[in-house]
Design a protein around this ligand. Structure first.
Ligand code: PHE
Length: 454
């Protein structure tokens, strides 16, 4: 019954692409380079990749198995697995986290749409330098009406897709567009690697300076691995729940992780050479890609066309992610509170808009909001809390749940019910039982006692 009412993905490819669509987004192309830049590049990037493999992939298996087995969104899923316990609150934490992420994510996503518009207006040509591209960014982010407007616009589009349910909107949009993004990034990488500053960019990205490793940086690399894979808040529980029970979960999980991580690395290969080309600071913060990418387009023929394609695709990548964020929250109200999907969608999107407003004003428009949290700004602050700490805590508890409460054998049985053998099940069991919860606990503890980085 549940499956019929809740809607399902029409094909495995559709699911993989939709889940990959959730994973691939601003996290890979906007958040990855700016966070890597903040923490010094090289060593941070290696830690990020390490965490994807050692913590991200195991937690991905955990989430997909919970969702697919229970065919329910997070809160309901925990209620089904351990009735009468406090575990459903873990699902609720995911709903809150998703809400926070969606609020600031819409602001940046809205900016990508504005930048696609700038490209149409021909603003990416004529020896664009750092002063000029910095100016474009400063001008737009200082304008409260535009900033709030674009966030509202993006939330509206997201709501229009989500109100139709998964099979209709989400799957169709993602199936086509994610591969296009991949190919287009390859073209940009080709240009970036032939720039005179390619060597410097690559060195920054891959040469580890071990002395720069801090606990705060390590926690942020872990947070980025989770953020980028859409883990720690139940998005993959929810998506797994829409998938038929006989699907090949192991293959799906690995495909998504490989696809997602490759896109982040490709984005880095474009952005870091461009960074040195335009002479920007790696620590520029959330504005980094907006300021830097102009340089790469300017170094290409048909710069405005290229910029338009890039920002257009980035907007769509962001959309497939905002859809998954909103979907988790809407699924909660539909599954738990019995709301109609339509009502849930509009109420949640409206409430999220209210929280998006201070984020929208915190990239320059309001001095107070911009300067908050030692200069991180309101947006950076919500990003740090929801995108790093809450996701990390969520992932820790999810792996603890699967490892110790639900149990590895039960989870493996759920994963294998579709008839597809789970590879390295014993190693996975070890990772979710011991490594994931403990490593995260230790990192969070030291990250917090070091005064974090805000
Ligand atoms: N993974 C998405 C990205 O990289 C963001 C996201 C996080 C989506 C958590 C859903 C859940 O952009």
């Amino acid at each position: 019954m549940a499956t019929l009412d809740r809607g399902n993905f029409n094909s495995r490819l559709g699911f993989v692409l939709a889940a990959a669509g959730s994973a691939i987004g601003l996290g890979n192309i906007w958040r990855f380079p700016y966070t890597a830049g903040t923490y010094g590049g090289g060593a941070w990037v290696l830690m990020y990749i390490f965490f994807v493999v050692v913590i991200g992939v195991p937690v991905m298996f955990a989430e997909l198995s919970i969702g697919n087995h229970t065919q329910a969104s997070p809160v309901t899923a925990f209620k089904k697995l351990v009735p009468g316990s406090w575990w459903p609150y873990l699902g609720a934490l995911g709903v809150v986290t998703g809400f926070g992420i969606l609020s600031f994510y819409s602001v940046i996503a809205g900016l990508t749409v504005v930048y696609a518009g700038f490209a149409l207006a021909g603003r990416f040509s004529g020896g664009l330098d750092i002063a000029q591209s910095g100016m474009i960014f400063t001008d737009i982010t200082a304008d409260p009406v535009w900033m709030i407007g674009v966030a509202a616009f993006f939330l509206l589009i997201t709501a229009l897709v989500v109100r139709k349910g998964v099979g209709g909107g989400i799957e169709k949009a993602a199936t086509f567009l994610m591969p296009v993004l991949f190919v287009f990034l390859l073209i940009l990488v080709g240009r970036a690697l032939t720039l005179p500053t390619a060597g410097e960019g690559l060195a920054f990205m891959f040469q580890p300076h071990l002395d720069e490793i801090t606990f705060a940086g390590t926690v942020s690399a872990l947070g980025q691995a989770l953020f980028s894979l859409s883990l720690g808040m139940g998005a993959m529980i929810t998506y797994g729940s829409y998938l038929d029970r006989d699907e090949n979960l192991p293959a799906s999980a690995i495909t998504i992780a490989v696809f997602d991580t490759s896109i982040a690395i490709l984005a880095g290969l474009v952005i870091f050479p461009a960074l040195f080309l335009v002479g920007a600071e790696a620590t520029a913060g959330p504005g980094l890609i907006f300021v830097v990418m102009g340089g790469i387009f300017d170094a290409m023929p048909a710069s405005n066309v290229m910029a338009f394609i890039f920002y257009g695709l980035l907007s769509i990548a962001a959309l497939t992610s905002t859809i998954s964020l909103l979907e988790v929250i809407v699924a909660y109200f539909v599954d738990e509170k019995g709301w109609m999907r339509e009502k849930a969608t509009w109420v949640v999107a409206g409430a999220c808009f209210a929280l998006a407003v201070p984020s929208a004003l915190s990239l320059g428009a309001s001095e107070t909001l911009t300067g908050l949290g030692e200069g991180r700004g309101f947006l950076g602050f919500v990003d740090l809390f929801c995108g790093t700490y809450f996701l990390t805590i969520g992932a820790m508890l999810i792996s603890f749940f699967v490892g110790w409460r639900w149990g590895v054998p039960a989870a493996v049985a759920a994963i294998e019910r579709g008839g597809h053998k789970m590879p390295v099940a014993a190693a996975w069991g070890f990772l979710v039982r011991y490594v994931c919860p403990l490593a995260i606990l230790i990192l969070l503890f030291y990250g917090a006692t070091q005064g974090a980085n805000w």
